[in-house]
Write a protein of this length. Structure first.
Lengths: 508, 495, 98
C-alpha cells in the first residue's frame, strides 16, 4: 500500500487558510472539502491509524449546514467549513471519547468541551477523534490501548506522543488542522517528528473544561497544522477566557494571527538555551537547529546564549508532579458510574470491582505513573517528592524570568532525537521520558511554546523541529519567530518540508 | 457492652471533648457548579458533569459559599485567612464521584476563634480550631441487608443530588473542664451553633434532614492528669438529644474499658439512637492516608480585608448578648432562663413571642407540653410537629376563652397529628368551651344533687370543697367549660 | 530506598489497582529506577523557595450563586454500568463512609 502524495491542486493539499477562502467564495463547498478528507482517511488511515473514530455523517451534515449559511449570506467564522481532527481526550457529545484507554472504551460524553464548542460555534467541521497515548501519557502513541499510530514519513516509526494521531493526520493530509493537548510536549514533540507545526498556548490560555485531565497544572489544548498561519488562526478560535475553567486567563488572546502574518524577527533578541543541547542530542538535530539559528540571525534577530541551570531538574520534577496529579485525576475511573466494569458477579465488593476494573482497564504506563504519584503524595514522602518538585518548579520559572529579561524568546531543539522505531523504547520508560527534555520546562513554568519544522536530519532523513518559547501571555512571539523561519526556509527549499514526504510503505 | 455508672465514671475520669459540626449551606446552587441544592428532589435530577465528576469537568467556586464561610468564621471570632487554598482529600468511596473530596487542609478560610456556651448559669468558653469549606457527597441506599445499613447489604444504589452541596466544617479545640456536665455542654454547644447559624441565615440547620451534622469526639483522662486519653469519634448523631446521649454513653463505655485495665481503641463509632449505644465501625489497620495536596483546578482565595469588614457588619447579635437581651425583655428569672437555655428553646420562644404570645405563656408551652412530647417521641423540640406560630395561636385561643389550658393539650395533639391548624382542630374535634348557660346550669344542678355531703361542707364554710363539684361539672361538660364561671354558678346556686 | 514488590502492592491497594504478581515483579525495579532519577529534585536546596502552583498568580475566581441546567438523568444512567430505581447501582460496599 502506498501513500499517494496528493497533487498540489488537490483539495487535501490546501492550507486551512486557502480552503476557508475558497469555501467562503463558494469556489469549493464545505461538503466537497469534507468529503475529500473523508476519502483520504478511507484511503490511508488503515495504514497510518491516526483516527480512532471518524464521525462521517455528522461531519457531512455540519459541512452542509455551513454551505447553507454561506449561501444565505449569514456571517460565518474565519475558518468556516474547514475540517479538523480532535485528539480523543477532549469531549465531543455524541462521539466516543476513549482517551486511548480500554477503561473508557465506548464512553459517550454527555457534554462538549469548551474547545469543541468553540470550534463548532465557529462553523468548523469535526472529522473525528485521533489516537493518543493512553490518557496522554507517553511520547510515541505506543501506549494507546487501540494500537499505535504510524509516522507518515516512515511507517515503522513513531509519530511522537502523546498526540501522535493529531500530528500524523495533519502530516498525511487527512486533515488540514487538528487539536492536540500538551502536558510535557505532547503537541510539540509529535509536530517535530512529523515535520508539522504544533503550539502549546500559555497555561490558562485555552480552556481545559472537557479536556480529560492528566496533570491539571500542566495540561493545555493547542493547535496542530501544516503552516504557522493555519495554527495561529486555530489558536485564535480556541483560546480565551472560559468561566467554566477557574485557571483560565481572563485577558484577550494575544494577537497570534497578526504575529504569524508579520513573520518579522528583525530586532528581536533570541536566546539559545545552553542546557538544551549537547550530549544525548542526535547530530542531525543539532545540525538543523544550528542552521536555523544562523538563519534567524540573517533575518535580523540578535542571537545570544542564555543559561537556565535548573532545567536539568525539569524532567525529575515533571515526573513527580505529573504522576502525583494524575494519580488523583484518574481515581474517578472506578467502574461505578461509567466506563468499563469488570468482575461484578454479585459477590465481589465495590472495592474489589474497582481494583479489578482498573487493573484490566489501564495500561502499563498509566499504572506506573499512578503508583509513582500515589507514592509521591503519601504521608511521609510528600515534602521530599511532590513538595520539593513544586519548589523546583519555582526555580525553573525564575530561570525563565531571568532568561526572558535578556531575550524576547528562547529557542532549542524541540526534542533531542528524530522519530525512533516503533517498539524501540517501549520497555525503557526512562529512555522514553527523555524525549520530553526540551519541552517540559515550558509546561512547568506555564509559558507559551511551539515547534516548527526546520528540515530533515542528515543521518536518517527524518524531520527535525525547533522550539520557540515565549513568556506567559506572549504567545504571539512564538508565532512571529515560527512564521519567519517558515517563510525563509520554504523559500530556500522551494516549498514546504512536507513536499518531501515519501511514499507510504517506505521504511528508513 | 460494659459501661460504668456515670457518677462512678466521672469520679475517676475527666472527659475531654472535640466536636466537629458539618453545616450544609443554603445556597441556591452547589459549591462548584450550578446544580440546585434543593432538598427532596427525585434522585439524580440535580447532577451535572462537575458534581458527577465526569472526565474533563472542572470546579468553579460559589461566591456565596465563600461569603457564608467568612460570616460563620467571623461569628465564631475566628481569624479570616488572608490567603488560602482548597485541597484534595483522596480516598475511594462510591458516594464521592471523583474519589477525592475538594476540601481545605492546612489552609482553612477561618481559624483560631472561640465561642461561649451558657449552661446552668455557667459560661463555658469553647475554642474554635477552624472552619473550612468542602463539598458534600452523594447518598447511598444499601439494599439487601438488615435495617438498610451497610453491613450485610447485597448492593448499593447511589443518588448524587447531594454531591457537591457546600459544607462548612467547624472543628472545636479540645473542650476541657466540663466534668460531669460534658454531655450537656456538648448539646448546648451544638444548640448554640444551630441558633447562631440560623441567625446568620446561612443554613436550614435541620439535623433530621442532615443540614447540620455532628461528630462527637470523646476521650477520658484520669482525674487530675493532663495528657489526653485516646479518643473515639462517634457518627450518626442526628439530633441534639443524641449529642448529649452519645457523649454520655461514650464516657461510660470508655470508663468501663479503662477501669478494666483495657485500652480505648482509637476508632470511629456509630451511635444507635434506638438502643442508646455506640458500636465500632470497620476497624482500620492503618489510618487512612488522604494524600492531601493543593487543588490544582482552583486558584487561591484571598478575601480582601475590606470585604471581610463589610461582612462583619452583617453579623447578627452574638449569642451571649442575645441571651442577655431576651432575658431582660422577657422578664424571666435566672432559673427560668436557665431552663429555657438547657431545653434549647430560646429561638422557639423568640419566634412564638414574635407571633404574638406573651413570653411566659410561650415558655410554659415549650417547656411543659411540647418538651414532654419531645421526650416521649425521642426528638428535639423543633421536630415535635408544632410551629411557634401555632403555639401562639393556641395561646390566643386560651386567652380569648375559646378553650382552656386542659383543652389546649388536645389541640396540640391534633395539630401534631396533622389534623390542621389550631382553629381547625378545635372545630373538627368540637373542643370549644361551652358558653351556653342553660347547659351549664343543668350540669351544675346535676352535680349539686349528686353530692349532698359536699354541698353541706360548702354551706358550712368550706368553700374549697366546691372543687369536687367543679370537677363533676367539668366531667359532664367533657372539659369544655370555663371552670371559673362554673364555680361562680355553683356558689350562686348554693348560696 | 529500594522499592520492594510489597511496597508496590501496598501502593496499588491505596490506588485500587489489583496488580498481578508478574506485574509487581516487573514494576518494582522499574519504579525504583524512576524514583532514583526523580529523587534528584532533593539535590536542590530549596528551603526558602515557595512552591508554584500556577504560572500566573490568579486569585478569587468565583461564580455567582445561580442555577445552571443539570444533565438529563436518562443520559447519565444510560452510561452507567448498572442502574436501578433511577440510581447508579454499585456492588456491595465494604468500607464505612469517611
Amino acid at each position: 500500500m502506498t501513500l499517494r502524495q496528493p497533487e498540489a491542486s488537490e483539495i487535501i493539499r490546501q492550507t486551512a487558510v486557502d480552503l476557508a477562502v475558497k469555501i467562503k467564495s463558494r469556489e469549493l463547498s464545505a461538503v466537497e472539502v469534507t468529503r475529500a478528507h473523508l476519502d483520504r482517511i478511507d484511503e490511508i488511515d488503515g495504514e497510518i491509524h491516526a483516527f480512532l473514530y471518524v464521525d462521517q455523517e455528522r461531519a457531512l451534515a455540519s459541512a452542509s449546514r455551513v454551505d447553507a449559511k454561506i449561501t444565505a449570506g449569514e456571517a460565518v467564522g474565519p475558518l468556516a467549513g474547514v475540517p479538523l481532527a480532535l485528539k480523543d481526550i477532549l469531549t465531543y457529545a455524541g462521539a466516543p471519547t476513549t482517551c486511548g484507554s480500554k477503561i473508557l472504551e465506548g464512553w459517550l460524553p454527555p457534554y462538549d468541551a469548551t474547545v469543541t464548542r468553540r470550534l463548532l460555534d465557529h462553523d468548523m467541521v469535526i472529522l473525528g477523534k485521533t489516537n493518543l497515548d493512553e490518557f496522554a501519557m507517553g511520547s510515541s502513541t505506543e501506549n494507546s490501548a487501540f494500537g499505535p499510530t504510524r509516522n507518515p514519513w516512515d511507517i515503522s516509526r513513531i509519530p511522537g506522543g502523546s498526540g501522535g494521531g493529531s500530528s500524523a493526520a495533519v502530516a498525511a493530509y487527512e486533515a488540514p488542522l487538528a487539536i492536540g493537548t500538551d502536558t510535557g510536549g505532547s503537541i510539540r514533540q509529535p509536530a517535530a517528528v512529523t515535520g508539522t507545526v504544533g503550539v502549546k498556548p500559555t497555561y490558562g490560555g485555552s480552556s481545559r473544561y472537557g479536556l480529560v485531565a492528566l496533570a491539571s497544572s500542566l495540561d493545555q489544548p493547542g493547535p496542530c497544522a501544516r503552516t504557522v498561519l493555519d495554527a495561529a488562526l486555530l489558536h485564535q478560535i480556541i483560546a480565551g477566557h472560559d468561566p467554566c475553567d477557574s485557571t483560565s486567563i481572563d485577558q484577550p488572546v494575544p494577537d497570534v494571527v497578526r504575529a504569524a502574518r508579520s513573520a518579522d524577527v528583525s530586532g528581536m533578541k533570541i536566546g539559545v538555551v545552553r542546557e538544551l543541547g549537547g550530549e544525548g542530542y542526535a547530530p542531525g538535530v543539532e545540525q538543523r537547529f544550528g542552521e536555523a539559528v544562523e538563519l534567524l540571525a540573517s533575518l535580523g534577530a540578535e542571537i545570544i546564549e542564555v543559561s537556565c541551570p535548573h532545567f536539568v531538574y525539569a524532567l525529575p520534577a515533571y515526573y513527580l508532579i505529573l504522576p502525583a496529579e494524575c494519580s488523583s485525576n484518574l481515581a474517578k475511573f472506578d467502574a461505578m458510574r461509567y466506563g468499563l466494569r469488570v468482575g461484578d458477579d454479585g459477590v465481589a465488593s465495590a472495592e474489589q470491582v474497582m481494583a479489578m476494573t482498573r487493573e484490566a482497564g489501564f495500561g502499563a504506563e498509566v499504572k506506573r505513573r499512578i503508583i509513582i504519584g500515589t507514592y509521591a503524595l503519601s504521608s511521609g514522602y510528600y515534602e521530599a517528592y511532590y513538595g520539593q518538585a513544586q519548589k523546583v518548579r519555582t526555580l525553573i520559572s525564575r530561570d525563565f524570568d531571568n532568561a526572558f529579561s535578556q531575550a524576547d524568546v528562547l529557542i532549542s531543539p524541540s526534542t533531542p532525537i528524530t522519530a525512533f522505531k516503533i517498539g524501540e523504547k517501549v520497555n525503557d520508560p526512562l529512555a522514553m521520558y527523555m524525549n520530553d527534555l526540551c519541552t517540559i520546562p515550558s509546561n512547568l513554568a506555564g509559558n507559551a511554546s511551539g515547534s516548527f519544522p526546520v528540515g530533515l536530519a542528515a543521518e536518517d532523513g527524518l524531520p527535525v523541529g525547533l522550539q520557540v518559547m515565549a513568556p506567559p501571555l506572549a504567545d504571539d512571539r512564538v508565532y512571529r519567530v515560527g512564521a519567519a523561519l517558515e517563510a525563509a526556509l520554504e523559500s530556500a527549499w522551494g516549498g514546504p518540508l512536507l513536499d518531501r514526504l515519501p511514499e507510504l510503505g517506505s521504511v528508513r | 457492652m460494659t459501661v460504668l455508672p456515670y457518677e462512678e465514671a466521672l469520679a475517676a475520669y475527666d472527659p475531654v471533648l472535640g466536636l466537629e459540626v458539618h453545616v450544609e449551606l443554603n445556597t441556591v446552587s452547589k459549591m462548584f457548579c450550578g446544580c440546585s441544592t434543593a432538598f427532596g428532589a427525585e434522585p439524580n435530577t440535580q447532577v451535572c458533569a462537575v458534581c458527577l465528576g465526569l472526565p474533563g469537568s472542572l470546579p468553579v467556586v460559589n461566591a456565596k459559599a465563600v461569603e457564608s464561610a467568612i460570616r460563620i468564621g467571623l461569628a465564631l471570632n475566628c481569624t479570616i485567612a488572608e490567603w488560602c487554598r482548597f485541597a484534595r482529600k483522596n480516598y475511594f468511596y462510591p458516594d464521592m464521584p471523583k474519589n477525592y473530596q475538594i476540601s481545605q487542609y492546612d489552609e482553612p478560610i477561618a481559624y483560631d476563634g472561640w465561642t461561649e456556651v451558657v449552661l446552668d448559669e455557667q459560661v463555658y468558653r469553647i475554642g474554635i480550631e477552624r472552619a473550612h469549606m468542602e463539598e458534600d457527597t452523594g447518598k447511598s441506599l444499601h439494599v439487601g441487608g438488615l435495617t438498610g445499613r451497610i453491613h450485610g447489604a447485597d448492593y448499593s444504589l447511589l443518588d448524587y443530588n447531594r454531591s457537591g452541596v457546600p459544607l462548612i466544617e467547624i472543628v472545636t479545640k479540645p473542650i476541657e473542664g466540663t466534668g460531669a456536665k460534658a454531655p450537656q455542654v456538648a448539646r448546648a454547644y451544638v444548640t448554640m451553633l444551630r441558633d447562631l447559624l440560623q441567625a446568620l441565615g446561612v443554613s436550614d440547620v435541620r439535623m433530621e434532614q442532615g443540614s447540620l451534622r455532628c461528630d462527637a469526639n470523646v476521650s477520658l483522662r484520669p482525674v487530675g492528669t493532663s495528657p489526653f486519653g485516646t479518643r473515639t469519634e462517634t457518627k450518626n448523631v442526628n439530633s441534639l438529644r443524641s449529642v448529649e446521649r452519645a457523649v454520655r454513653y461514650e464516657i461510660t463505655r470508655q470508663a468501663a474499658v479503662l477501669t478494666g485495665s483495657g485500652r480505648v481503641i482509637q476508632e470511629t463509632r456509630h451511635w444507635h439512637e434506638d438502643s442508646g449505644i455506640t458500636t465500632p465501625g470497620r476497624s482500620k489497620e492503618t489510618a487512612e492516608d488522604y494524600r492531601y495536596f493543593p487543588e490544582p483546578d482552583l486558584v487561591p482565595i484571598a478575601p480582601s480585608r475590606e470585604w471581610v469588614e463589610e461582612l462583619r457588619a452583617t453579623l447578627p447579635e452574638p449569642p451571649a448578648a442575645k441571651l442577655n437581651r431576651v432575658s431582660a425583655e422577657w422578664g424571666f428569672t435566672d432559673l427560668e432562663m436557665r431552663d429555657v437555655i438547657s431545653a434549647g428553646a430560646v429561638n422557639a420562644i423568640e419566634a412564638t413571642v414574635a407571633a404574638g404570645a406573651s413570653p411566659q405563656s410561650a415558655r410554659k408551652w415549650w417547656l411543659t407540653e411540647i418538651a414532654r412530647r419531645a421526650n416521649e417521641a425521642g426528638v428535639d423540640l423543633e421536630n415535635v410537629g408544632v410551629t411557634p406560630q401555632q403555639v401562639a395561636e393556641i395561646q390566643a385561643l386560651v386567652e380569648n376563652g375559646t378553650i382552656n389550658d386542659k383543652l389546649a393539650r388536645q389541640v396540640f395533639e391534633g395539630v401534631i397529628a396533622g389534623e390542621g391548624s389550631p382553629a381547625e382542630v378545635v372545630a373538627a374535634r368540637g373542643l370549644a368551651i361551652v358558653s351556653d348557660e342553660g347547659a351549664l346550669a343543668a350540669a351544675v344542678d346535676e352535680a349539686i344533687n349528686a353530692n349532698p355531703d359536699v354541698v353541706d361542707k360548702i354551706k358550712s364554710g368550706k368553700v374549697q370543697a366546691a372543687g369536687a363539684l367543679i370537677g363533676s361539672v367539668m366531667k359532664q361538660m367533657r372539659g369544655q367549660a370555663d371552670a371559673a364561671r362554673v364555680r361562680e354558678m355553683i356558689l350562686e346556686k348554693i348560696g | 530506598m529500594a522499592l520492594t514488590a510489597e511496597d508496590v502492592a501496598s501502593l496499588a491497594r491505596l490506588a485500587r489497582i489489583e496488580l498481578t504478581d508478574a506485574e509487581l515483579e516487573i514494576l518494582a525495579p522499574q519504579l525504583d529506577v524512576i524514583l532514583e532519577s526523580v529523587a534528584r529534585v532533593s539535590e536542590v536546596a530549596a528551603q526558602d523557595i515557595p512552591p508554584t502552583s500556577h504560572a500566573l498568580p490568579l486569585t478569587n475566581v468565583f461564580r455567582e450563586d445561580e442555577l445552571r441546567p443539570s444533565l438529563p438523568r436518562e443520559q447519565l444512567l444510560a452510561a452507567a454500568p448498572a442502574a436501578e430505581q433511577m440510581r447508579f447501582r454499585v456492588p456491595r460496599i465494604l468500607g464505612e463512609e469517611a
